[in-house]
Design a protein around this ligand. Structure first.
Ligand SMILES: Cc1ncc(COP(=O)(O)O)c(C=O)c1O
Length: 388
C-alpha cells in the first residue's frame, strides 16, 4: 500500500525525525574515556522527566516488563506480601509477575474500566497493623482500558495510615506524557519504557528509585543479577554501565529527553490533555461509550472505545489496518472484541489526530457501526480550533 502507516496504538509510538537521526550513527566504544561526559548528564536530566531531585534513575536494556522485574527483585524478598489491584491487562500481568517471582500477592479485583480501588486499599492497609505488606503497586495508566489512577491519593492514604510499604508505580504508558511527580507523590519505584511517551524504539526500561527503596534494596533477598541496582549504581556513579549498554537507544534517549525538556514537562502534559480531549469529543459525536467508567479516570494517552452490542471490535481494528493502513489497538482479554483503542501519545499533532479519526470513522462504518462520516472528525476539529 502506498503512503505511510498511521501508528495509533498506545505504544510503540511514532519516532520523531530528530530522534531517528540521533540514532543513525556508527556504534561507539562504551568504554571510551569521554563516555561519562555523555552518560552522567543523561542520568541527571532523566530525573527531570520523573520530576525528582532525590531519586536515582536506572536505565536497563529491556522492555517495560523487565522494569517491573527490576523493581520487584531489588526491593522484595521471596514470600513478601504486596498489595495490587487488577483492573486491566497490565495490572493483571504485573500482579502475575509478582506472584511468579515468589511474592504473596493480595489481589483486589476491580471492574475493568475502573481505577485503583482506594477504599479497598484503605481497608486492607488498615487491617495490616503489623505492616506485613511491603509494597503497594499501582498501574498509573492502565493501557488496556484507558484509565489513569490518582497516585497522589494513594500516597495520601499511605501517609494517613502511617503505613511504611513502598509505593511502586507502573508508569510505562504515562511517564513522559502524563503528569507524574516522583518526589511530590512519594513514589518509591517508578517504571517506564522507551517505546511510549519517550518516542523511542522498544528496548529500554527506565526506572526511578527513591532513597528509601534504594536503602531497602541493600537487604532485599530476591535473586537478581542482570537487573541488580547495586552493580548498576556502582558503575553508573562514574558514568559507566556494568555491561554493554544499548548505545544506539541511549543516543535516542538523549535526544528524546532534550525534546521533552525543550517543550517543558508542563506543556507536554497539556498537549497530551488537549489531544485526548479531541479524541473523546470524536467518540462522543459517534455516540460510543468509553471503557473508562468515569470522567476523572480518562487517560490522556490512550482512549479505549466500546463498540455496540453485536459488533466485534476486532473488525474495526482489522478494517482500519487492512483498508486504510491505520494501526489501532484492539481489546485485550476481558475486553477483547468489546473495545478498540486509539493511542494519542508521544510525537503527535493535530492533523495526525484528525487523520486517525478519519480512518477510524471509515473502519467503524465498514464494521457495521452506524455513525455519520465526518461527525467525529468535525467534533475533534472544533475542539482543537477552539482550544488553541
Ligand atoms: C501500562 C503498561 N505496563 C506494562 C507494559 C509492558 O511493557 P513492555 O511491553 O514494554 O514490556 C505495557 C505495554 O504496553 C503497558 O502499557
Amino acid at each position: 500500500m502506498p503512503g505511510k502507516n498511521f501508528l495509533f496504538v498506545p505504544g510503540p509510538t511514532n519516532i520523531p525525525e530528530r530522534i531517528r537521526r540521533a540514532m543513525d550513527i556508527p556504534l561507539e566504544d562504551h568504554r571510551a574515556a569521554d563516555f561519562p561526559e555523555f552518560a552522567l548528564p543523561l542520568f541527571e536530566d532523566l530525573k527531570k522527566i520523573f520530576r525528582t531531585e532525590r531519586g536515582q534513575v536506572f536505565v536497563f536494556p529491556s522492555s517495560g516488563t523487565g522494569g517491573w522485574e527490576a523493581a520487584i527483585t531489588n526491593t522484595l524478598s521471596p514470600g513478601d506480601r504486596v498489595l495490587q489491584s487488577r483492573f486491566g491487562q497490565f495490572s493483571h500481568l504485573w500482579a502475575e509477575s509478582c506472584r511468579k517471582l515468589g511474592m504473596a500477592v493480595e489481589l483486589i479485583e476491580a471492574p475493568w474500566g475502573e481505577g485503583v480501588p482506594l477504599d479497598e486499599y484503605r481497608r486492607v492497609l488498615t487491617n495490616d497493623s503489623t505492616h506485613l505488606i511491603k509494597m503497594v503497586l499501582v498501574t498509573h495508566n492502565e493501557t488496556a482500558t484507558g484509565v489513569t489512577s490518582d497516585l497522589a491519593a494513594v500516597r495520601r492514604l499511605l501517609d494517613e495510615l502511617q503505613h511504611p510499604a513502598l509505593l511502586a508505580v507502573d508508569g510505562i504508558s504515562s511517564i513522559g506524557s502524563l503528569e507524574f511527580r516522583m518526589d511530590e507523590w512519594g513514589v518509591d519505584l517508578a517504571v517506564s519504557g522507551s517505546q511510549k511517551g519517550l518516542m523511542l524504539p522498544t528496548g529500554l526500561s527506565i526506572i526511578c528509585v527513591s532513597e528509601k527503596a534504594l536503602k531497602i534494596s541493600k537487604t532485599a533477598k530476591s535473586h537478581r543479577y542482570y537487573f541488580d541496582f547495586s552493580q548498576m549504581s556502582a558503575a553508573n556513579a562514574g558514568g559507566w554501565f556494568p555491561y554493554t549498554p544499548a548505545m544506539t537507544l541511549l543516543r535516542g534517549l538523549r535526544e528524546s529527553v532534550n525534546m521533552l525538556l525543550e517543550e517543558g514537562m508542563e506543556n507536554v502534559y497539556k498537549r497530551h490533555g488537549r489531544y485526548a480531549k479531541s479524541v473523546r469529543a470524536a467518540a462522543a459525536a459517534w455516540g460510543l461509550n468509553l471503557c473508562a467508567k468515569d470522567e476523572v479516570l480518562y487517560s490522556d494517552t490512550v482512549t479505549a472505545i466500546c463498540v455496540p452490542e453485536g459488533i466485534d471490535s476486532n473488525d474495526v481494528v482489522r478494517n482500519a489496518y487492512n483498508r486504510y493502513n491505520l494501526s489501532l489497538g484492539g481489546g485485550l482479554t476481558e475486553v477483547a472484541g468489546k473495545v478498540f483503542r486509539i493511542g494519542h501519545l508521544g510525537d503527535m499533532n493535530e492533523l495526525m489526530i484528525l487523520s486517525a479519526l478519519a480512518g477510524t470513522e471509515m473502519a467503524l462504518c465498514d464494521s457495521g457501526i452506524d455513525i455519520k462520516l465526518g461527525s467525529g472528525v468535525g467534533a475533534a476539529a472544533r475542539f482543537l480550533r477552539g482550544s488553541l
